[in-house]
Design a protein around this ligand. Sequence first.
Ligand SMILES: Cc1ncc(COP(=O)(O)O)c(C=O)c1O
Length: 424
Amino acid sequence: MNYLAMNRDELIAEQQNLLREYTAFKNMNLKLDMSRGKPSREQLDLSLDMLKITDYMDSSGADARNYGHLEGIPEARQFFSQILGVSPAETFVGGNSSLHLMYHMINLGWNFGFPGAKIPWKDCNKVKFICPVPGYDRHFRITETFGFELISVPMLPDGPDMDMVEELVRDPAVKGIWCVPVYSNPDGYIYSDNTVTRLAHMKAAAPDFKIFWDNAYGVHHLGDIRETCPNILQQCRKAGNECRPLLFFSTSKITFAGSGVAALGACLEIMKAITNYFFSNIISFDKVNQLRHVRFLKNEGGIAEHMQKHAEIIAPKFNVVIDTFNKGLAPFGNIARWTEPRGGYFLSLYTMKGCAARTVELCRQAGVTLTGAGAAFPYGKDPDDSHIRIAPTFPSTKELGTAAHLLCVAVRLATVERLLNSER
Ligand SMILES: Cc1ncc(COP(=O)(O)O)c(C=O)c1O
């Protein structure tokens, strides 16, 4: 049954069928929130043993319960340096949120200026930032809050459209780009070697251009294939641009979301500026949490083992959504497409143009809250009104099956309405 080949009468008949199905969902009185990518309780329980800590001395002999080690306790710097792919001296271990570190790095550039900047960003006439879309709403929100002009660049399966990025960075007002290189939020795409090389080598007019390299999902594989991407600091160093990248990571989706540990990597020159910046801001971050994380996760092998347990819980949830879309959307013509990530926390559903907001509204009225349509775009505006971010981790598999089924009905209903309203 191809909706795009149907005449008006056929579409009206289909609309009636769909309305009956939709009403049945409404009568189920569902109450489900799928609006944010949160771990489920079962996932959080995997890390409960981490809280059983009795010895608080760190590897330097200092008491983690006391002030000290602004850049993080030595074993935490060592641990996160391996994940970030930088040296321990190039690693700063912070508090419970990588987003918070990102905000502070924008603030550093804004108020004080990064090494190499002639003036801080606040004194520039205009500051622009590149936002691969769809992307992470909270990244965009940080740069929007500082009043930057956000420039959308399409996110392709191998990273942002680099032809556009290379063109844009010729403008000295363009000060940076947001990147989620592995299992991007929300498409689940991975930056290719070529994309990383081009980001490292491109000629940026701003001497203080920064790549915000947020590898939030770098170890969050769903199956046996473990996607990676080249080390951005090494690539930038090779290109003579070692001050360009700021690398972020956190354990929010490994241990506890909101009570994990975040880390930041950068070359030594930038690291000095970062440490200086935080010195006037805080005495030390939560080192007890750093210590228990390192003791619990141990090393890269320990993380891999732990992430395997997460994958066993969440991979079936991704599969439920994708199977439901295959059955509930694919047979009706080219009315939607979706990504099938091999890791991370999200997938993207793309409806026909002009149908996403209506789909989300139909779901809301039937008791299922999705991320608002457009949320993954700067200023919350998807110019095509076609993108919906799906966050499958939090609900149970059963709830997810129901929600995904409702979503299919809502997409089909929104599509039929759209086709009926368009000139045919
Ligand atoms: C790409 C990305 N970065 C960062 C975060 C937030 O991380 P944190 O809890 O460390 O601030 C999220 C949360 O969804 C995310 O998707």
